[in-house]
Design a binder for this molecule. Structure first.
Ligand code: CA
Length: 330
């Protein structure tokens, strides 16, 4: 056993040194496919898809965020009959051959739902996360965690700026919970001080957007198994403290500041265009990918903001993406 481990270590060391040696010989201005664990092959089902609130969700793992007792109607496209089992509580009623109503439990927390295709060749592991209603926020605090206050009036009467209905409780136990094949709940945590439990807002459509960005990057040869989320959710309290604008989408859980770091947790954007420096041109590659994705969808909630940020001495370049419902660019 020890010999096997030692051999594996030697192999890994050899692979690392040879990769380094090859790296120095790659001509400038070429895109470098970077070694890494990469995009999960079975991340998407080939035929079975979940359809929820008008969104088609092809992923083999996903999370839905619900209010206590919420009646969640969804359908499962694909191969005829399915096998659906809800663990830990709640109930699922079948409406017709592929449409179901799931009644979320009253108690906040994570509830697992397993959906299998008729022949068991495809599956969806669904994490139903029951949130805590906004009415539980008292004087800007929720269970000892400072939320602050949301703006009293929505920006330009856009309902996307109404206060969120509920908050997701983030604990050490669910920090690594998969919300999709390549993203976890903890990646969206607000960076303000305070012990667990912490609270976040996260929307399903942001997760789909991030999965599609990552998939496109991998199709282009950037082998990464996640995106680095510099900033996901921000409480209104934290958002004000860092001097950000009053209506920043980070407070509504549909915004993320992202970059690609295949050497994660290296903490810096990769040299995506292979020109030997990491600068705004690398962030422009990400931006162009998001622009194309937005252009290829007719789904209205996929309209939103894209911001480009150059490197600073203390951090690398990155882009901001959000799904506010109207177009914004900076
Ligand atoms: Ca570069």
């Amino acid at each position: 056993m020890i010999q096997k481990i030692a051999f594996a270590f030697l192999l890994a060391a050899f692979a690392f040194s040879s990769a380094k040696a090859t790296g120095t010989n790659i001509p400038e201005n070429t895109v470098i496919p970077i070694a890494g664990s990469g995009y999960t092959e079975n991340a998407k089902n080939k035929s079975m898809q979940l359809v929820y609130k008008g969104k088609r969700i092809p992923y083999s793992t996903f999370a839905l965020f619900a209010m206590p007792g919420e009646s969640m109607k969804f359908s499962v496209n694909g191969t005829g009959l399915h096998h659906i089992k809800m663990h830990d509580g709640g109930e699922i009623l079948q409406i017709n051959s592929n449409t179901y109503i799931m009644n979320a439990p009253e108690e906040h927390g994570v509830y697992r739902v397993q959906i299998n295709s008729n022949d068991y060749t495809e599956s969806i592991d669904l994490n139903v996360v029951v949130m805590i209603p906004k009415t539980e926020v008292k004087n800007g605090w929720l269970n000892g965690y400072r939320i602050g206050s949301y703006p009293g009036t929505p920006l330009n009467n856009n309902p996307a700026y109404l206060p969120p209905e509920g908050f997701i409780e983030l604990t050490p136990e669910n920090f690594n919970l998969r919300v999709s094949p390549h993203f976890t709940l903890g990646q969206f945590m607000c960076k303000q001080e305070g012990d667990f439990p912490k609270y976040i807002v996260l929307q399903e459509r942001l997760i789909i957007e991030l999965e599609e960005i990552l998939e496109t990057l991998n199709n282009r040869g950037y082998r990464a198994n996640t995106l680095t989320i510099m900033s996901g959710y921000r409480t209104p309290y934290y958002n004000a403290r860092i001097g950000n604008c009053r209506y920043s989408r980070h407070q509504w859980g549909d915004a993320a500041d992202i970059f690609l770091d295949t050497r994660s947790p290296h903490g810096w954007m990769d040299d995506l265009n292979g020109d030997g420096v990491v600068d705004v041109k690398d962030a422009m590659i990400l931006k162009e990918i998001v622009e194309k994705l937005r252009g290829s969808t007719t789904d209205r909630p996929r309209v939103g903001g894209i911001g480009l940020y150059d490197a600073r001495p203390w951090r690398g370049p990155f882009i901001h993406v959000d799904l506010r419902g109207n177009r914004a660019r900076w």
